[in-house]
Write a protein that binds this ligand. Structure first.
Ligand SMILES: Cc1cc2nc3c(=O)[nH]c(=O)nc-3n(C[C@H](O)[C@H](O)[C@H](O)COP(=O)(O)OP(=O)(O)OC[C@H]3O[C@@H](n4cnc5c(N)ncnc54)[C@H](O)[C@@H]3O)c2cc1C
Length: 399
């Protein structure tokens, strides 16, 4: 049951107001709650919508540890898949990146959809305040000592006074947008293609992920469980899912996979189909007085390196630790260094995701790039040092 937040016209107080109930906002709320810090989460969408959203699924070891710390790992520990490595296929070649032997740890495959459901269930079972379908959310006065957030719900206006505001509202949210232009620097790099993703109740092609640099473009065979596949093909960003009936998608995927995987592919009706653009985007800094940005609100990476969700929860944990140090010990330094320390991690992930995208996708009419890609992929296949670089970045354990 959700606790009462406020009646129309009434001003309520919370130590931290969190805008957005994605993985970053929900995890932040849960970690703060466990430390005795009061939060209210304001979410634009309905609970049903948020819990059904299909997105990422590869978790770094650090993310798994954070979900355990947040006491939301029970279902993950029961249902998740552990992957000791993944495969990169290219032309006639193929290499397996052995994460465990090269970087010392596996990755965990567990859907962002499940993580979101686990976090919402945990917040609500602890009587946490999440206001779904909160409209016209506006962070105010965050450069002074008395930040506040206003919103509308069921046609009524509400106001929450707080110490801090956490902008966890994704790339199209209100938090970053309300920062004055002269206070923020934006860095962006886009490519003219996206990923067409299909979720299907079909067994995965193999036990581990297959990243394939096909002559016709990139493809990825991923999964959510032994019975549920998540597969992608590179498509022009201008395409729409309607242009890709299931049969066309499966035919194209098969053409882009190595022979053994193409032969093992089992197809079925799509449960979900969407196109995600591929872009890198970073906003600096990530703090503006009492307003802190976390997750996609501050940065976006192409999904190739499986970093978006992992970065979002890392930001949430860093912000939780800084706020806990502030409330428990009166320390300001962790809050003051939040932006700088997050951005170091963010730029490492941006670099890796950009590099891995450039290595495995087709860039039209660019025969020179294609030759370089193959030379570098052959180098990775032949060199333990080069494979180690990939493995370390993939599991997110680079200091
Ligand atoms: C289609 C798609 C596919 C993706 N696939 C992958 C993948 O395969 N691998 C990977 O690593 N990453 C992937 N990502 C990225 C990954 O899902 C994100 O990095 C992750 O969701 C970031 O979490 P977050 O909590 O920061 O933001 P979000 O998950 O975007 O959550 C933000 C929340 O804020 C809410 N909100 C927005 N505006 C407002 C407002 N004004 N007021 C109140 N609430 C608001 C939103 O409704 C949302 O619930 C994908 C992203 C997309 C969009």
């Amino acid at each position: 049951m959700t606790r009462r937040v406020c009646d129309a016209g009434e001003v309520v107080r919370a130590q931290v107001v969190i805008i957005g109930a994605g993985p970053a906002g929900l995890l932040l709320s849960q970690l703060l709650h466990l430390a005795g810090i009061d939060t209210i989460v304001l979410e634009r969408r309905s609970r049903t919508y948020v819990e059904a959203r299909v997105r990422a699924g590869v978790l770094e070891p650090g993310t798994v540890e954070l979900l355990k710390r947040a006491e939301v790992s029970q279902r993950m520990e029961r249902d998740a898949l552990t992957h000791d490595g993944f495969r990169i296929a290219f032309g006639s070649g193929s290499t397996r990146i052995d994460l465990r032997s090269l970087a010392g740890a596996p990755v965990t495959v567990y859907g962002q959809t499940e993580i979101t459901q686990d976090l919402i269930a945990a917040r609500l079972s602890l009587n946490g305040a999440i206001v779904f379908e909160a409209e016209e959310v506006v962070p105010l006065d965050f450069s002074g000592a008395k930040p506040r957030v206003t919103y509308r719900k069921d046609g009524r206006s509400h106001e929450i006074a707080c110490d801090f505001i956490a902008g966890c509202d994704g790339s199209h949210g209100v938090s970053r947008a309300c920062v004055p232009a002269e206070a923020i620097s934006l860095y962006e790099h886009a490519v003219p293609f996206g990923w067409l993703g299909v979720l299907s109740d079909t067994p995965p092609v193999g036990h581990e992920l297959i990243y394939s640099r096909g002559e016709r473009g990139f493809a990825l065979c991923s999964m959510r469980s032994p019975a549920r596949s998540r597969t992608y093909v590179q498509v022009p960003v201008s395409d729409s899912p309607e242009q890709w009936p299931d049969q066309r998608f499966w035919d194209e995927l098969r053409r882009r996979l190595p022979k053994d995987a193409a032969e093992a592919l089992i197809t079925g009706p799509s449960l979900e189909k969407s196109i995600a653009p591929l872009r890198s985007f970073v906003a600096e800094p990530m703090r503006f007085g009492g307003l802190f940005l976390a997750g996609d609100a501050a940065h976006i990476v192409p999904p190739t390196g499986a970093k978006g969700l992992n970065l979002a929860v890392s930001d949430a944990a860093s912000l939780a630790d800084a706020l806990i140090a502030h409330y428990r010990h009166g320390e300001r330094r962790p809050l003051d260094t939040y932006s700088e320390s997050c951005l170091k991690r963010v730029w490492r992930a941006v670099r890796f995701s950009w590099w891995f995208t450039g290595l495995t996708h087709r860039f039209d009419e660019d025969a020179f790039t294609a030759k370089l890609q193959l030379a570098e992929l052959e180098y990775i296949a032949a060199s333990r040092a080069a494979s180690t670089m990939v493995a370390e970045n993939y599991i997110g354990r680079v200091k």
